[in-house]
Ligand binder design. Sequence first.
Ligand SMILES: C[S@@+](CC[C@H](N)C(=O)[O-])C[C@H]1O[C@@H](n2cnc3c(N)ncnc32)[C@H](O)[C@@H]1O
Length: 124
Amino acid sequence: MWLDIANRYIEEAGLNNQVQTICGKALESLVPLIEFEKGTFDFIFIDADKANLIEYYQQCKRLLKSGGCIAIDNTLWWGNVADESFNDKDTHIVRQLNTLIHQDQEVDVSLLSIGDGLTLIRKK
Ligand SMILES: C[S@@+](CC[C@H](N)C(=O)[O-])C[C@H]1O[C@@H](n2cnc3c(N)ncnc32)[C@H](O)[C@@H]1O
């Protein structure tokens, strides 16, 4: 399992006391974290299912400290977001997310055309 590989390298690097791995549905893991670690994260990488993308962004923003960054992968969705002929659910959600982030006054944002789009967000 991928988590076993990650844990092996974390142990080899002597980072057991600094790194905690959590395996599970992302929203179920995120929500309890917020209770105790709201506003403490320096960096968050979002790269899971698209169905919950907007919720991931909103919850991760709560975890982030001021000046912290979120990176979100696949924000151009292989170019589909700019092609009106694509109207599937995932494309629609990625478009919605991009609009939400663009209008969010609480963050600075840059969408990089690396791969199929990587959005960098810095919380003000
Ligand atoms: C594109 S892969 C990302 C892989 C990883 N970021 C990497 O670079 O190796 C998407 C991952 O999201 C996971 N995933 C899908 N739905 C999820 C959910 N609701 N909660 C947590 N992870 C989920 C999938 O199992 C898959 O491993």
